[in-house]
Design a protein around this ligand. Structure first.
Ligand code: CDP
Ligand code: MG
Length: 737
């Protein structure tokens, strides 16, 4: 294991250093953001970007001259100090004292539940102990650590790679959907629970792993629950496989009970007292209240002492950031500098590091976080927590039969966890923006596991494809209700993934192969195979990829990217056009800037698009599409109609019909009409305003979003209901004349 702790400096690093220094000199500035170190691209604050591509590397790598030697020596010494201090820090974490006990318990038991305070070192240290104890058999086997959240998987992997002194993606890597940073050297793999679930499909016994750690199990995501159910069975066949289930200090007994009373290892944590303050009256506007609390703390409490604010999502966090910046701008230098550090699931990776940077002694860091900071990520230096007491979560809405993201009050267990974040470095304070009465009388005790509040289609399809057809008796921590199982089976049947006997079809298996929801897989499949739609596979794949990233696509309001509007007939066509034009401009950064689009987001879309394309290629869809394309002459003219039809096939229940009082949902028989409105950001709104065209009789939407009203996001108008009859005759019958 000494191998990992030797300081290493590569020729590459010296080269990078040299390029960086050269660039600083030439640009005459010393403020540099390394935007994307994979590509050796240095972006200066004056927006000049110096890009070096991988191909240039061989030409530029330096000869080993005197300058090289001195740079190397300098870097080596820095490295040595860094490695030493990291190893010292590891020993200070609470789990370190229990290292040997833990390893003994793991040796003696096949399954172990590990419980400990957040920040005690479970996620970063335990897997390293396993490596150190030889579980990877000199690189022949791997250790998998699952995380419910993508951000947690990538950021923890980066941290551990750093601690083990290896390059991220080699010995330590991560795997999240559409982004796999592992290679054949990888022994320690941080991954989302969903990715491990996907791996069970390919390798039902998980043969390449010697240990699996299901981390953050208390989060009880759908994927974690299903993994635990599957692992219970896998472990019987694989006596050599170890399972660690780690969790914050809730739910441990339930896990132990599920695994036939397996032992629970408790890691006592340090925790300083936290003063809890409540508001006297309920807050009408918690965002406003949170912002004024930030300024109250900042102006009245001594430094150092960072603030952590729990908000519900990206939009809220960004709007809070703007308001705080605005106020801070007005107050000016009469208060100490504030460093605003947002963290949410879609935050580009290069910005995530900001939350972990040490705060300069004259300033205060304000972390604006979703509940990702509740237990998955530990941020040092937090002394104050502001908790409005809300969380955004998937929730099954019986009236529409759909799962929606809705903002709901947290459970007591959650708000207690959040308060605990203030007491890690010393005594802290937590400001709850709700009343004490509400805490004791209104909050649920525990969060509701996802399996009880979400659409189960993907999960059910996956279990069926694994040959588990007796869903009722499949071993689960909490069993979903009969009605939600039936509803998912109905959805899958409508998609053609199941036949009328409930058996998985060939199409169903194809859907499992795609790294996206079965609905999107159906859209893609339809675009290459359906008589009325085939020939537009590429356009569909581009659109589906764009729909995965719409949340962070526009740098400004959608309407300000107005060059595109007016020409297109739906949000989907707008996304497609944006992608195609960006591609035609050679994926240019400048083009994005001109059109107020986020370059990094489009790069992610490109990556998703390529992976979906590869999958389509493997399944033979590309070849089929080619044949169809060759026979056609009018593809471009028919594109909007064909695209609409493909999405109807994939989302047969996401349809609203125009009535006397506006749009109402139709779709499944079991769900009655709900009044819904086209989202303000949709170009359908603009079209209605600008042209004399009447609203379409039907609208297909991607998601419903409940804010002030039920809004339909990302819409396609459907002018001709013959398309519905044609694509989904199960739901829309032709009216008899
Ligand atoms: O999993 P658990 O909550 O028990 O703790 P952990 O995530 O392993 O974190 C252990 C320590 O590593 C904490 O004190 C964090 O401050 C530190 N850490 C960090 O500094 N940067 C990261 N990206 C991750 C962890
Ligand atoms: Mg952890």
């Amino acid at each position: 294991n000494d191998y990992f702790q030797k300081p290493k400096v590569s020729k590459q690093q010296v080269w990078e250093e040299r390029q960086l220094q050269k660039a600083i000199k030439e640009e005459g500035t010393d403020e540099i953001v390394v935007a994307d170190s994979d590509k050796y691209e240095f972006v200066f604050d004056n927006d000049a970007a110096v890009e070096f591509t991988q191909e240039d590397e061989d030409d530029i790598l330096p000869e080993k001259d005197a300058e090289y030697e001195s740079l190397l020596a300098e870097k080596l010494e820095m490295e040595e100090n860094r490695v030493k201090s990291i190893q010292e820090m590891r020993k200070l974490l609470p789990v370190y004292q229990y290292r040997d006990d833990l390893l003994r318990s793991i040796r003696e038991n096949q399954i172990l539940i590990v419980v400990g305070e957040t920040g005690s070192g479970k996620t970063t240290q335990l897997p390293q102990y396993l490596v150190e104890d030889g579980y990877t058999k000199a690189g022949k086997l791997q250790i998998a650590v699952t995380q419910p959240r993508r951000v947690a998987a990538t950021s923890v992997a980066a941290r551990v790679a750093d601690e083990m002194n290896v390059i991220l993606g080699n010995e330590v890597g991560y795997s999240i959907r559409f982004d796999d940073k592992t290679n054949d050297k990888t022994i320690l793999k941080y991954m989302t629970d969903g990715m491990l679930l996907q791996e069970v499909l390919v390798d039902p016994e998980l043969k390449k792993y010697s240990c699996i750690m299901i981390d953050e199990a208390h989060e009880r995501t759908l994927a974690t629950d299903i993994l635990l159910g599957l692992l219970k069975d896998i472990l019987v066949h694989r006596k050599d496989l170890k399972l660690l289930v780690s969790s914050a200090t809730m739910n441990a007994a339930k896990f132990s009970h599920f695994f036939n009373g397996c032992p629970i290892f408790n890691v006592p944590g340090r925790r300083f007292p936290v003063d809890i303050h409540y508001t006297l009256q309920p807050e009408a506007n918690y965002l406003q209240a949170a912002i004024s609390t930030i300024f109250q703390i900042h102006t009245s409490q001594p430094l150092p002492g960072d603030i952590l604010v729990f908000l519900t999502g990206q939009e809220e966090i960004e709007s809070a950031r703007e308001k705080i910046e605005e106020i801070a701008g007005k107050v000016g230098s009469s208060i100490a500098p504030m460093i605003l550090a947002p963290i949410y699931a879609n935050l580009p990776q290069e910005q995530q590091e900001l939350i972990f940077l040490k705060t300069p002694s004259n300033s205060r860091k304000i972390v604006l976080a979703t509940n990702i900071a509740e237990t998955s990520l530990t941020i040092d230096g937090i002394k104050f927590v502001i908790d409005p007491g809300y969380v955004k979560e998937n929730s099954f809405v019986p009236s529409t039969g759909m799962t929606q993201l809705v903002t709901v009050p947290c459970s007591r267990a959650s708000v207690d966890q959040r308060a605990g974040r203030a007491g890690r470095v010393g005594p802290g304070k937590c400001y709850r923006l709700f009343t004490k009465w509400s805490y004791y009388n209104e909050l649920e005790l525990m969060p509701k596991p996802e399996i009880l509040r979400t659409n189960l289609s993907s999960a059910v399809l996956l279990l069926l494809s694994l040959g588990i057809s007796d869903l009722i008796n499949f071993s689960m921590l909490d069993k979903p209700s009969m009605s939600s199982l039936t509803s998912s089976l109905e959805d899958l049947y409508l998609l053609g993934a199941l036949n009328s006997k409930g058996k998985i079809t060939k199409l169903g298996r194809i859907m499992c192969e795609f790294p996206c929801e079965p609905q999107f897989a159906k859209v893609i499949h339809t675009s290459a195979t359906h008589d009325q739609c085939k020939g537009i596979l590429e356009e569909c794949v581009d659109t589906v990829a764009m729909l995965h990233e719409t949340a962070s696509l526009f740098a400004a309001q959608k309407e300000q990217s107005s060059d595109f509007l007016g020409e297109v007939t739906s949000d989907h066509m707008l996304y497609l056009q944006i992608y195609q034009e960006w591609r035609d401009y050679n994926y240019s950064r400048a083009w994005c800037r001109d059109h107020k689009l986020q370059y990094k987001t489009l790069c992610r879309v490109r990556n998703i698009r390529n992976q979906l394309w590869k999958c389509a290629e493997k399944l033979g869809l590309v070849a089929m599409n080619e044949i169809a394309r060759r026979e056609q002459t009018d593809t471009a003219a028919k594109l909007p109609i064909k695209l609409t039809k493909c999405f109807i096939a994939g989302f047969p229940t996401n349809i609203a019909q125009l009535g006397t009082t506006g749009y109402r949902t139709v779709g499944k028989k079991s769900t009655s009409g709900l009044n819904v409105y086209v989202h303000p950001s949709s170009i359908l709104n603009k079209q209605l305003r600008d042209s004399a065209r009447k609203p379409s009789k039907y609208v297909l939407y991607q998601t419903l979003m409940l804010t002030s009203k039920e809004f339909m996001r990302d819409c396609i108008p459907i002018y001709d209901n013959a398309w519905l009859v044609e694509m989904i005759p199960q739901l829309f019958k032709r009216k008899r004349p």
